[in-house]
Ligand binder design. Sequence first.
Ligand code: HEC
Ligand code: HEC
Ligand code: HEC
Ligand code: HEC
Length: 445
Amino acid sequence: MKKYATTIILVGIIIVLGVVLTGVLIYLKNQPPQQRAFQPITAVKPLEPNSSIWGLNFPNEYSSLLKTAANDTSTTYGGSAKLSYLTLDPRLVILFSGFSFSTDYNQPRGHQDTLIDIRATKRVTATTHATCYSCKSSDNPGLWTQMGMVAYDSKLFSAMTPSITNPIGCANCHEAGTMRLVITNPAVDAALKAQGIDWRTYTRQQMRSLVCANCHVDYFFAGANKVLTVPWADGMRVEDIIKYEDSVNFADWTYPGAGTPIMKARHPDYELYTADSTHFKAGVACADCHMPYIREGAMKYSSHDIMSPLLDPQLACGQCHTDVSVVLARVSTIQDTVHAAKITAEDALIDAITALQAATAKPGSDPALLDQARTLHRDSQFMWDFISSSNSMGFHNPDEVLRILQNATDLARQAQMKASQAADDPSLLKTGVYDAMNPKPTPAP
Ligand code: HEC
Ligand code: HEC
Ligand code: HEC
Ligand code: HEC
């Protein structure tokens, strides 16, 4: 009898527990979904240009971004000081002769300095289009959505100035709310599509590089409306880009006296890095070196104080390399070698241009051979500039960079020989033109 009562009590307890458990589960299931561990202090509206509003939710990322305004330290080949490339290397004044880059061309500084720097450069004149603001402001993603990129680019720089009040900010790289990394530049979106790439399928680690491609890529201004165009339809290697710009007959300017239609290359950092560099192949992203994690107390966040990693190599490289001094020595060797190869290409180009100008001026020069010399000059100058305008003095991808510089030098020497042949004048094979120049050229007025 006693045994029977115990069983009833036990069964009763089990039933009660079962009912309670079911109740708890139903209660939990009906709770509103917890979407994120972090509750935003303020709701940020889509494409919000003002970074300080995003900063209410993410004070560490915001305050580290603000630090880029004050960076001014130099490294051997980089850093954030206000430096003129034209003064550092007067060969550039000759190579950009006839084009705005021979008047003013400075080393890049921090992401908060963009509006100060673009508004100060002599390259912007009364006829410059608003396209030059494309990579300078967090107002752009909103303006492009409202106006469309073609209407934006058609406007004059000065006409757009009142609408542009914020330097680079959160809206250039993040989607409000989800904070995921996004492509915000329609020209880059189009260039990726042209290669059959949908960035929305990219992994988080891939986006930690691709987000920089919103701006750190080669581009040109197409047509009378100066529409921002990223020339990737045939691929992202330098040869693919030349092929594409040839196919649309593009030139930024005609080289004075030589008659060569030249295209200016612009900082192809993403293209060079992803061209099978050692770090890219190992799965390392731009943000790994340029936005290392910082620990402050219990907080861990990505530094948004983007700068030369050589200013704090322990933080930037030490996360993966145990012996930082060894890799720093490699950086020095790579940069010195690339710098020397770059100067060699420049000297060859200046010799070629001098010969081409003389051959062009000479009545009776063979026009077909002159045209061949110009094509060689055009390709050589673009290849050299692809490296000259890129950042890191070759460190991002030394093999690819040296391959391209070697081609640039070879094509320049071939251009010089063709020019000499066109004029039937062996004296045009003279070398060392720049070294013999005294005084050296100064920036054009
Ligand atoms: C493995 C580390 C590493 C990766 C990955 C990397 N960089 Fe760099 N980057 C460097 C180093 C080192 C320099 C040279 C800095 C110097 O000379 O002061 C540099 C220089 C630069 C500079 C010029 C900075 C200056 O002060 O001169 C820019 C801009 C830049 N990188 C952008 C990028 C972009 C965009 C990517 C991805 C496409 C990228 N980097 C990937 C290490 C890296
Ligand atoms: C130049 C592009 C860029 C800009 C501008 C930028 N971010 Fe980021 N942000 C990144 C990248 C890259 C990461 C790393 C993302 C990852 O690891 O998934 C990141 C990460 C973050 C994260 C994730 C946590 C962390 O620190 O890793 C937050 C939050 C964030 N950013 C907030 C902001 C805010 C707020 C702003 C504006 C004040 C801002 N970001 C501006 C590129 C940018
Ligand atoms: C919205 C456009 C834009 C995006 C996105 C962008 N950059 Fe930049 N970046 C610039 C411009 C423009 C400058 C030069 C600013 C100046 O000189 O005033 C610059 C400068 C730099 C510098 C030089 C800073 C210094 O102090 O020397 C580095 C390094 C750099 N960017 C790396 C990156 C990396 C890494 C990413 C991706 C995480 C990135 N950038 C994303 C436009 C952009
Ligand atoms: C996220 C990890 C990571 C970071 C950050 C990183 N590296 Fe590396 N690095 C690698 C990997 C992986 C390799 C491939 C070789 C290997 O397996 O050792 C490599 C290779 C190298 C090499 C040899 C390249 C070659 O082609 O022989 C050098 C030099 C180097 N890194 C320098 C640097 C410098 C300088 C920095 C900081 C600016 C840096 N790395 C930051 C992961 C990293």
